[in-house]
Write a protein of this length. Structure first.
Length: 188
């Protein structure tokens, strides 16, 4: 039981990420562009919420959640690169939060998280994820520049949309969400 208590944050992130991925894959199936790109990608919102609340403490859960979903949903030719893509998936939201926080502080309890910061974080996250993921596929699979640009833009749109939706909920319900997580022993 001590194991679960010690890793509760990581397990929560993994479960939330996986469930949101299944939900997104089921509900928004017509909006899937490729196995790893959707025009509305709500799991990006899960990643950015946990990155916003827990910053670098969330990395392990984000990384493991990405590994698990990759084996269930990615095209088989991407499986050898799951660790690389999972590291990018875990690092990009944290990097986006730190980038915005360096210029416009969010506050220790996210008390300064407003719509401007929600937009800034979502855009930074969409840029980081879209470019880093697709630079990796560009070099690993020797893709054309056109494919790189198209895939990067599609991923940017999906990640920014999912991030914006869920970060807006976090910003408007910050007290309730932080209380809920704290009551479950998943503290800052």
């Amino acid at each position: 039981m001590h194991f679960f208590k010690q890793y509760k944050l990581h397990l929560t992130i993994i479960v939330a990420w996986f469930l949101m991925y299944v939900f997104n894959y089921t509900v928004f199936k017509p909006l899937i562009y490729k196995s790893h790109i959707s025009f509305i990608f709500l799991p990006a919102g899960i990643r950015i919420i946990f990155a916003t609340i827990y910053r670098k403490k969330a990395w392990i859960g984000l990384f493991l959640g990405a590994i698990i979903t990759s084996f269930f949903f990615f095209e088989s030719n991407l499986h050898p690169y799951v660790l690389l893509f999972s590291a990018i998936s875990a690092t990009s939201p944290i990097l986006a939060v730190y980038s915005v926080n360096a210029v416009n502080p969010l506050g220790g309890q996210l008390e300064y998280l407003d719509i401007k910061k929600v937009i800034a974080i979502s855009i930074m996250y969409g840029i980081y994820c879209g470019i880093f993921h697709n630079l990796a596929t560009f070099y690993l699979f020797d893709l054309s520049l056109q494919t790189f640009i198209t895939d990067s833009f599609a991923m940017f749109i999906g990640d920014i949309t999912g991030s914006f939706i869920l970060l807006t909920i976090l910003a408007s319900q910050r007290h309730r969400i932080l209380q809920f997580l704290d009551s479950r022993g998943i503290t800052l």
